[in-house]
Design a protein around this ligand. Structure first.
Ligand code: KG4
Ligand code: ZN
Length: 500
């Protein structure tokens, strides 16, 4: 019976035991000084197999080079040979090295039949011989190579995770473009009592929900984690603590299943909602991204080519809706409730200012309309306010939507765009949807207003954007952090090692 063992990093205190095993295993053993040098090597991988009683019974040493791994030493104490320790150490190493997509090279004595058989069983092939490689014996070495299991390409289901603000979301998107599952757990009920998103509360709620949301997405997609081809997550912009939950979850899954990690810019995600909604929409597009945090007009040349044309100079459109809803005493966040109330009101009842209407620039401003609402309500009695609530909501919505639609369509025409589209939570607004469709088509543009589920924050759009994202293999992605301030067109935050 072999004792249970686990692998852990080799430490200087292990060297004496390791040298004993080495001497009993090979005619040309490494010295203690050689092991000490290896432990100092930052690109090395050094592990020991340790039994439950703390006894070291085997070890593996490898080094990583820019395009290959060199498996340098693998030995097991003689009384533990043929008990699976060598195979276990090797499989652990292959997992780490295979994830990196690099080939592995090793030398072995032609007389070491057990080792040759183990390596062959794990996909190594003999590619040459090094004469008189071992000293002092002068024995030749056989050189073996194992090519990476997968190249940088991948195909199949991709798990995508979105936690940039207050929605915990996981989706499964196939590399062919289909959405297999899109699960969103909104935190609105949690933040409602504070009247806004509390970042630390959002992060904690993401931690609590992440696992169940990922499991549910896999269940709805009808797949297991082992079926995944890649893992994607929003890396920015957004609330840093919230982003980190999704990024770390995705990295952990990628590492445990040896999958590539795809970092996604949240804004690219909102833009991808357009081709999720209409895969045939022609480029170039002008897309309005209007949410609680952004109001931007973006030229989309192709699925991976974006240019910012203009944006809000103050509040985001969603923020203007939410602040209006708050002044009117509607729910939280309020944009949807204001929209519902506005449907039954007269949009011409009250004149609200339309920000930057006469400016040629494709920019927006919503602070004026918000202030006008504040003064209008201040000067009304309580009974006037409730009697005219629907008319006020309709007039307020009219001013915001008019600004959005006029600027968006003018910009799309000026840009020679073939498609005009809207994305982000505000794209759920019923007047915006109706008006952009009708007026866009009247100008001969192809109009895309994606389904509601792809407009508010969701992981399906992140999965769709991930198909254009950099493909990061282990260990490259370990160095990628979340970034609160990622800008349009930026795919990756600066690696941690590049930050002084
Ligand atoms: O994209 P999103 O889910 O989250 C952010 O990234 O901000 O957008 C949420 C925003 C909120 O401001 C919400 O009130 C607004 O979208 N929203 C609406 C409607 N539904 C959601 N605004 C106007 N009309 C709606 N029907
Ligand atoms: Zn968003």
């Amino acid at each position: 019976m072999s004792a249970a063992w686990r692998s852990r990093s080799m430490e200087p205190r292990d060297i004496a035991r390791v040298v004993e095993i080495e001497r009993a295993s090979f005619p040309d053993p490494w010295s203690a000084a050689m092991f000490a040098d290896e432990l100092d090597c930052a690109t090395g991988l050094h592990v020991v197999a340790e039994e439950d009683d703390g006894d070291v019974v085997g070890f593996l040493i490898a080094r990583q080079y820019p395009d290959e791994w060199h498996l340098m030493d693998l030995a097991v104490r003689d009384d533990r040979r043929r008990t699976g320790v060598a195979a276990g150490l090797l499989d652990g190493f292959l997992r780490a090295a295979g994830c990196a997509g690099r080939r592995i090279i090793l030398e072995v004595r032609p007389s070491n039949a057990g080792a040759l058989a183990l390596y062959e069983a794990r996909g190594f092939a003999v590619i040459g011989r090094r004469p008189r490689y071992y000293t002092p014996s002068g024995e030749d070495a056989v050189v073996m190579e194992r090519t990476p299991d997968e190249g940088p390409g991948f195909s199949g289901p991709v798990l995508a995770i979105e936690t940039s603000c207050d929605d915990t979301s996981a989706a499964v998107v196939h590399t062919t473009g289909g959405v297999l599952a899109n699960v969103v757990h909104s935190q609105d009920a949690i933040h409602e009592r504070y009247g806004g998103v509390v970042p630390e509360v959002a992060s904690r709620a993401h931690v609590e929900r992440m696992t169940v949301v990922v499991r549910e997405a896999l269940r709805q997609a009808g797949i297991a984690m082992d079926d995944l081809a890649a893992v994607a997550a929003t890396v920015g912009p957004g609330l840093i603590g919230a982003l980190l939950v999704g990024v770390q979850t995705a990295k952990a899954i990628a590492w445990s299943r040896c999958l590539p990690f795809l970092p996604v810019n949240h804004l690219h995600g909102h833009l991808a909602a357009v081709w999720l909604g209409d895969p045939a929409a022609p480029f170039p597009m002008v897309t309005l991204v209007a949410s609680g945090g952004h109001t931007s007009l973006i030229r989309v040349e192709a699925k991976n080519s974006f240019a910012l044309l203009g944006q809000t100079l103050d509040d985001a459109a969603g923020e203007a809706f939410d602040k209006g809803a708050r002044l009117l005493g509607l729910g939280y966040p309020g944009g949807r409730e204001l929209d519902v109330l506005a449907e039954s009101g007269d949009p011409g009842a009250f004149p609200f200012p339309i920000g930057l209407r006469r400016s040629e620039r494709p920019d927006f401003s919503f602070s004026g309309v918000k202030t006008a609402l504040y003064y209008l309500l201040r000067d009304m009695t309580e009974s006037e306010r409730s009697a005219r609530a629907a008319d006020i909501a309709a007039s307020y919505r009219e001013a915001i939507v008019t600004a959005l639609v006029e600027k968006t369509l003018r910009t799309a025409v000026d840009q020679g765009a073939r498609t005009v589209a809207v994305a982000g939570g505000v794209a759920a607004n019923s007047l915006l949807r109706r008006r952009l469709s009708a007026e866009g088509e009247a100008r001969g543009l192809h109009v895309v207003v994606p389904p509601f589920a792809y407009c508010t924050d969701n992981a399906a759009m992140v999965g769709a954007a991930a198909l254009q994202a950099p493909v990061l293999q282990y260990p490259e992605y370990l160095d990628i952090d979340a970034s609160a301030s990622l800008v349009l067109g930026q795919w990756l935050p600066a690696p941690r090692s590049a930050i002084a």
